[in-house]
Design a protein. Structure first.
Lengths: 268, 268
DNA sequence: TCACTGGCTACAGCATACAAAGTACGTGCC
DNA sequence: GGCACGTACTTTGTATGCTGTAGCCAGTGA
């Protein structure tokens, strides 16, 4: 027995530089400072962040495996430019994963968990009232992450986290539009989970994510390009999680095609 | 406009060393040469593979993001030691993803695709007859990957690929036991897909993956440790995709307890 | 004999140096 | 004037060197 009671007063462990760099670059992408399709030169980033190329390289590899950048051998890293089809597919997968996590959460959540969900909801609606987009996005992310956490399935939770981050990026320009209704749906979701009704929670979540997907499709129909950069189409992802090499389009992409046809496709 | 019509006859690009190293290490893990929980020393691996530490580092980072190794800051890389609970959760998620990909595949597969599926099936049953475990595992992987590919959802396909690889690793010791019945189920699946019956394909796939999961649970119930290494329990994954920090057990684990008690329900 | 401290060793993290590949541009030839 | 080739520059890929930290062990004092 140590005389110091493991008080969790431990000093912060040295955060690996690659982590910090990873977060920094991610921020730059999400904030739009680095545009989709842009070539990321290692030396330049290293300079800008005040570190050597090594941690930058490692951060880029990590970003690649998360689907944020595409690594083309001997060419370097490019900010991933999601196509509308890919975004749609991602949203479909997201719906699938989150639906299941809602179902499981209803079966496993604790009292404290329910309280946490309600707290996120409160923060979300507050942000909505204050028209604070940043806080709104954060509350949304927190709520969904909490549901995934309460599912009790760690693998599912991690997958949801990974997918959600990308969804949030694609979805950011749309976020504001889905405000009020989205939080009504959240309320319904929380009640279903609190009641322990897995099927209903799943159904609510399914509808909720589907609404999100449709909202997104409407927007891309008018906006056309996802992130508004002409270079989007070219990048055949070298490998990575998000390569869209051979696969065709999803069922739901038919919807996309329909919608986009009215608004003018990029190629015409 | 280039005079060469981008014929995709391009000469093989120099494969980055990190890729080769990644594959080499992955093989060593899957083959069991590197045991679960083992400390992977960069310099040692570099020496063994005849490269410098740099590409080894990059390969390890990649393996970390795939959940194959755990990277503990200032300690290095350790072969990930999956707990039974985590394996169970992974199998549950896998079932979810594959069920959906089967449903979509039924709606999108082409004639050529159906032929490919039948070809995989033939190879699998041949391997079964010849008692060739390696070929059996390969055919199984190929079949499932093909289904995911035909789903038309690239994001889903990549996620399935990622999850399946790990499943295959955990599942390898069990593979032989599930031979015959598994391929009957595959046949049923292919017919459902060929008939374009998405709901039935989904249901067949759901049952199929569930059977696999149950088979796995039976085995671990007797074997206890997943990879038969005493160090399995200790490793709190530092971060990485597969950290199981806070989450409890999945709902299905309750099934595990039930099933294993009656000793085997695969046939029943 | 036990607890503690100081030093030693091994290793990862980070930086830098060098090599190879790709790209762009300018020059010469047709 | 346009195309093809060659050269110089840019950028990635790989190797190696340096530093700080963690864990271990021996030595010292109670």
């Amino acid at each position: 027995m140590p005389k110091l009671p493991t008080d969790d007063r431990r000093v912060a462990r040295p955060v690996p530089l690659r982590e910090s760099v990873h977060n920094a670059i991610l921020d730059m992408i999400v904030e739009g400072e680095l545009k989709a399709g842009q070539h990321l030169v290692e030396a330049e980033l290293a300079n800008r962040l005040g570190v050597s190329r090594q941690p930058v390289r490692e951060a880029l590899q990590l970003l690649n495996s998360d689907g944020w950048v595409d690594l083309r051998p001997a060419h370097g890293a490019f900010v991933h430019a999601p196509t509308p089809a890919e975004a749609d597919q991602l949203l479909a997968v997201r719906g699938l994963l989150e639906t299941e996590s809602a179902r499981l959460a209803a079966a496993h959540v604790s009292e404290a968990g329910i309280a946490e969900l309600r707290d996120w909801w409160r923060r979300g609606t507050d942000a909505l009232a204050a028209d604070d987009v940043a806080a709104l996005v954060e509350a949304n992310a927190g709520l969904h992450a909490a549901v995934a956490r309460f599912s009790g399935n760690a693998v599912l939770r991690d997958l949801v986290a990974q997918v959600d981050r990308r969804v949030r990026w694609y979805f950011r320009p749309v976020a504001r539009d889905r405000g009020a209704q989205s939080w009504d749906e959240h309320a319904e979701l929380i009640e279903a989970i609190a009641a322990g009704d897995g099927d209903r929670a799943a159904e609510v979540m399914r509808r909720h994510t589907e609404e999100t997907r449709l909202t997104y499709l409407e927007h891309t129909a008018s906006d056309d390009a996802v992130t508004g950069d002409g270079t989007a189409g070219d990048g055949a992802a070298a490998n990575g999680t998000a390569g869209n090499g051979t696969a065709g389009t999803d069922a739901v992409s038919e919807v996309a095609a329909t919608v986009t046809r009215e608004g003018g496709r990029r190629a015409g």
